[in-house]
Design a protein around this ligand. Structure first.
Ligand code: AMP
Length: 192
């Protein structure tokens, strides 16, 4: 199995790159943001519960995200691997993922940390707002999401650095170049 975590601030291009990685390496794309938005669109009780967090740019509580993610993973354990996109976002989530993967005897092979300057992130989120229809793509909420990222998610870099799994990716480059660099990082850890 090949398991990849793609990590980065909102607007860093994780979603776009994850879709390409999933296609190239035949991995199951697990985006907790997409899963949560789907629940909101379907107006399920879970969707209603999480919308207040998402619309404010806050993280959805760990227990909710973990339960939802475990459900998706359990259905796809026969997949050649996973690309985790937008997950984990807290140390609690990262520890829970390690424990779960340990139980199945499968590792995270690499954590791709996509780095983009803050000014560029805002530009991208605002550009995306025009056609994404996302309720959380506005200036105020973007600022909040970035603050939440720094406070709750950034510590994960240290967490995975200690495990020797972090590879920094320059996300300021054009999409195709970013993808080439990501592919190289994956080839370096891919089991033969
Ligand atoms: P994303 O599409 O990854 O930018 O996620 C959009 C929003 O969904 C985030 O701002 C959070 O409110 C929520 N969300 C997505 N993934 C997680 C996660 N792993 N933990 C907590 N909240 C999440």
């Amino acid at each position: 199995m090949l398991n990849i975590v793609i990590f980065g601030p909102p607007g860093s291009g994780k979603g776009t790159q994850s879709a390409r990685i999933a296609k190239k390496y035949d991995l199951m794309h697990l985006s907790t943001g997409d899963m949560l938005r789907e629940e909101m669109e379907k107006e399920t009780s879970l969707g209603q519960k999480v919308s207040e967090f998402i619309d404010q740019g806050l993280l959805v509580p760990d227990e909710i995200v973990l339960k939802m993610l475990y459900g998706y993973m359990a259905e796809h354990m026969d997949s050649p691997g996973f690309i985790f996109d937008g997950f984990p976002r807290t140390i609690v989530q990262a520890e829970a993922l390690d424990q779960l993967l340990d139980k199945h005897g499968i590792p995270i092979n690499v954590v791709l940390s996509v780095e983009v300057e803050e000014k560029e992130l805002f530009k991208r989120i605002m550009g995306r707002a025009e056609d994404s229809g996302r309720s959380d793509d506005s200036v105020e909420i973007a600022k909040q999401r970035l603050e939440v990222y720094k406070r709750q998610s950034l510590p994960l870099i240290d967490f995975y650095r200690k495990q020797g799994k972090i590879v920094a990716i320059n996300g300021m480059e054009p999409v195709d170049e970013v993808f080439d660099n990501i592919s190289q990082a994956i080839e370096a850890v891919k089991p033969v």
